[in-house]
Design a protein. Sequence first.
Length: 311
Amino acid sequence: MKEIDYINIIQNVLSSNHIGDDCAYLEDLGIVITQDSLVEDIHFKRNFSTPFELGYKSIAVNLSDIYASGAEAKYLTVALSLPKSVDENFVKEFYEGAKSILNGAKIVGGDITGSNDKIFVSVCAIGSTKGRKISSRKNAKVGYKIITNGTHGSSNAGLNLLLNNNRNSYPEIVKEHLMPSISDKLSKAIATSAKNNYAMMDSSDGLIDALYKIADFSEVSAVVDFKKIPYDKDLEKIENFDYKSAILFGGEDYRLICAISEEDLKKLDENLYTIIGEIQEKSADTVKVKFNGKEIGFNANSLEKNLFNHF
């Protein structure tokens, strides 16, 4: 089973309308809340990541969800399950890394317990919706522009370099996998100025995955032009590496993907985003990518083999 299958089961059992977006929006409390976990040998390898890098990334992936909602990150709790092979230096360095990426948010509690032989990290993040219009992946409308706030494919490329013992060739690309650069600037600009509803996600599971989910939930199609997608040109130099697939399908870049009205787009600083496509009427292909004048279509069946899978 895949992640979406488990989510569907949970939704059916709980009959909850809060499940589905990157964050649950609790409107009556004025907050959004999210939780993400990192599991050793699934999301990270101890011989690749320092404790500092792991602490940084554990917080970054949760802040990214808060930013994708349009909220302001406020508080986090951190739960660690640690094997006996981990000492006090690991814990100190982990929290130094976590502290380095907080960006005004605060760690206010958590839990520490033992485990058999693997490290498990689970972080809960809470954001404030005060003065903000909150996003939903079902808010995309025909005519909306699709924008993003950073490069794509570097995290997947960094993992490839690590797996091939080649981390020193492109250290900045490797760093994007171990310590992904995230920003709340675009999120804040949209959420504090938007007049119309907008759809926003992060690319934690890949660019195409985010586009597909936005288009599918909104009952539209997303069309992007590959040559407009920002990426580090060094990806093209990595031997035996399919950089185009990494840009489209590689997970863990944590860039924001937003479908926004042209009216609201005009209010934004052009330095905060790149336009990569637009929302069109629903068609057989939920996502279409333009390559050199041709369109390649993707639907649920054709996407299944390519998307990032946590299992």
